[in-house]
Design a protein around this ligand. Sequence first.
Ligand code: DC
Length: 215
Amino acid sequence: MSRSIVIAIDGPAASGKSTVARRLADELGFTYVNTGTMYRALTWQFLEENLLMEEASIISRIQTLPFEVWIDGGHVEMRIAGVDPVEYTREERVNGFVPKVATIPEVRQILTDKMRSLAKHSHLVMEGRDIGSVVFPQTPYKFFIDADEEIRNKRRKAQGEIDEIQSRDKIDSSRKSAPLQVAPGAIRIDTSHMNVDQVMESIYSELPKMGLVLV
Ligand code: DC
C-alpha cells in the first residue's frame, strides 16, 4: 500500500481516546494501533530484566532486544524475544514506570520507526501522545481527546485500575522528547460531558472538513 491513511488520536491518560479510536477503526475498517501498549510492553520487559532506574542500561538493552510489531489480519501483533507481552501491559508496576521509559529519546526513536512502518501495510487509527505531532505530523487527520482531570480519575477507577494519572500526565507533558501536546492542526474534543456516541458524531463531522471522503 503506497499511501495509507493515518488518523491520529492523541490525549492524556483515561481521556476516552482508546474507546473512540477502537470504534473508529472498527467502523472504517482500518487497523487500530494503541501505541501506549508498545511503551508498556517494553517497560514490562525492562522490569522483568530489573533494568529500571538505570537509563544507560535501558538504552544499551534496547539496541539488541528482539522486538517485533506487525499487522496480521487487521490486528497489531507484538513479540518481545518471542513472547507476546500484551497481557502484562496493564500491570500496576507498568503504570508506574512507563512514563519514565517514555522520556528516553532512544526508546522513542525505535518505537516511532516501528509505528511508521505499520502504515506501509494498512490504513490506521493510531492513538498515543505524539502521533499527530511527531510520528505522523503530515497526516491531515488529527484529534486531541481530552477530559477534566476529575472525570479521567473516575473513569480509570471504574476500570478497576490503580493508576496515578496526574503524575503520569505531568511527566508525559513536561518531557523534552515528544511531549504530550495538541498537535498543530489537531481538533481538540473535550469528552468530559459527552458520551461515546457524541464523540463519534463530532469526529465524523470533522473528518470530511479535514478532507477525508467517507463513503
Ligand atoms: O496510552 P497509555 O496510557 O497506555 O500510555 C502509556 C504511557 O506511554 C504514557 O504514560 C506515555 C507513553 N506514551 C508515549 O509517550 N507516547 C505515545 N505515543 C504513547 C504512549
